[in-house]
Every structure is written in structure tokens, then in C-alpha cells.
Design a protein around this ligand. Sequence first.
Ligand code: MLT
Length: 225
Amino acid sequence: MRQPDFVHEFVPGSSNRTLLLLHGTGGNEHDLIPLGRELDPNAALLSPRGQILENGMPRFFRRLAEGVFDVEDLKQRTNELADFVINATERYEIDMKNIIAVGYSNGANIAASMLLLRPEILHAAVLFRAMVPLVPETLPDLSSVSVWMGAGNQDPIIPTSETQRLAQLLRRAGADVTIRFANANHGLTNAEVETAKHWIEELGPQVSKNFGYRLPKALSSESVT
Ligand code: MLT
């Protein structure tokens, strides 16, 4: 039976930004907390655990084989995750306009799916080792969304062409997409974490809690393919 809510960890922050941390296959809600803190020392961190178990390993949606996704399940799980985030904004007083997804591998794929199916949730996304999760019938309007993608040029799971295909899809929807190819495989490097951290810093000012004014639209970042 499906859990009524996502098991999750929430770490309060001192700014009005929240990082939605989405782990990879076999991970859990604790895995990306240090990464989130490294990427933004002031943001709140919301880190759910994927509700699917594949041979005991948590994931965010079912797959039929490596890189072959159960698209109907993915759609359903994406909506459930989006609804969880909306509920969490009330529970933890999260600013709905300043949520940045940080996803790794399977978590990056559901973050990309959320951009495509539930574009109202995310202000920006950092996608480490992502691929095209699905192609929606109608492209959303992502013209106010910024996306940073970190790929490994020796990744045995995600060919660089897949990363490019996702970038193209997000750009067709209007997103401002930056891609960085690291000299790496599926694992992250310190250098790309550092680059993503700078990208987040440049997204625009965070405000301390309780000021409550509207943030300016994210600043465009340099786009490199
Ligand atoms: C996925 O299933 O989302 C991708 O193949 C990445 C992975 O989790 O191995």
C-alpha cells in the first residue's frame, strides 16, 4: 500500500529559498542534505524519500529496465511529489516562488518530469546526471525557469546525447538552460558541485525570512552547450 505521505527530512533555513532535494536510486531522505547545505548554506532543505522500492532500493518512479521508464507511473508519481511539495509549503511556511529542485540521477529525472508536467512548482532546477524522463503532449511555459544541468562525459548510464536532448526539450519550453560536462562518470565531482553552487548564488537575491516581498525574476545565466 502506498504511504499517505512522503517520508522526508526538512531543515529550516535563514532565507526564503528552499532546495527540494531528490536522491538517486537506492538513496534516501538523508543522502543529499550535506550536498544541499554545500550548495546553499542559507536555504531551507526539503528532502523526500522516493516511494518506489526496486529490489529494496528507494526510487521516485518505476522503470522497466535501466533508462526505460514506466511513463504512466512516472506521471502519477510526479503529480504526487508536486502535491507533497504544495502541502509542505503550508506545513513549513515555504515560499512557493523560490523552490529550487536539486536532483541526482533518478531524482534529477523526476525533477525534470515535474518541470514538464507541473511547471508551477519549481522556480529553478539543478539536475545532476539527468535524462529525458518523458515528452509531454503539450510543452509547458518554462520561460521564467532556469535550469542547470551537470553531466559526466564518461557516464555509462546516461549518454551525453540524452543530456543534450533534455536540454533541447527544456529550451523548446522556454527555459534558460545551462549545461556543464564534467570529466566524470555517473558520480559527482567537487568541481561541478562548486559550479552549481555559484550558479545558484547568481540566480538572484534571497531575502531573509519575514520580508515577504516578491523576488525579481531569476537572472539569466550564460548558456553553454
Ligand atoms: C533512472 O532510472 O532514473 C535512471 O536510469 C537513473 C538511475 O536511477 O539509475
